[in-house]
Design a protein around this ligand. Sequence first.
Ligand SMILES: [Zn+2]
Length: 212
Amino acid sequence: MPVDEEKVAPTSVDIFDQSLGTEEVEINPDANFFTFPPPLPESGNPYRVKILRGQKGWMSYPGKDGKPGYLATDLELRTIAPGDDKKDDKPLFDNFASTMVMQSTHMSKVGGIIKAIYETRNQGEVLPAKTTHADLARLLQAEFDKESEVGVVIQWEAYCEACSDEKKRVVVKGEKRFPQLEDGTHSSELPHGPCGSTLSAQAKVVRYVALK
Ligand SMILES: [Zn+2]
């Protein structure tokens, strides 16, 4: 979606006015506006990507139970697969990566991403064991600025609005669960059993990994 699109207020019109809308447009009559390009296949995992900051950018979140807050950003990733038109220069999105340290791993997602970038670059860089939320965010921002390379693992995911409510989020995960096509690939559209809605798969980034 272009963000720099000029914002001009629309006006009410009479579409039978002869002076109106004479600019020619070209369309493909065979195209279907209501289908989305299928996501990248999981069989390409792990994908080599360039890492960029998302459109939303860095946000500050208050911590839970009075604990200090943390920082988070969205990410945009672009696949690198020279010579493979189907897999090269495709966008992937990650809506949320934070500096919040998980008790189970003593690591934050932002830290994990930086680590995977360092290991991919293989120049002996290591994460600082003692740091601050801001310093970790700045380290990752420095990698966005350089459009550093890293590996990502994706998984197809489709959210069912009809089956979800405030308490429960119903999501179908994994390309295997989408209908197989004759050529062995999977359709990105799934008729959801419980409700009959058609769900569309999106590629969700589930892991960042070091690539050699
Ligand atoms: Zn459903």
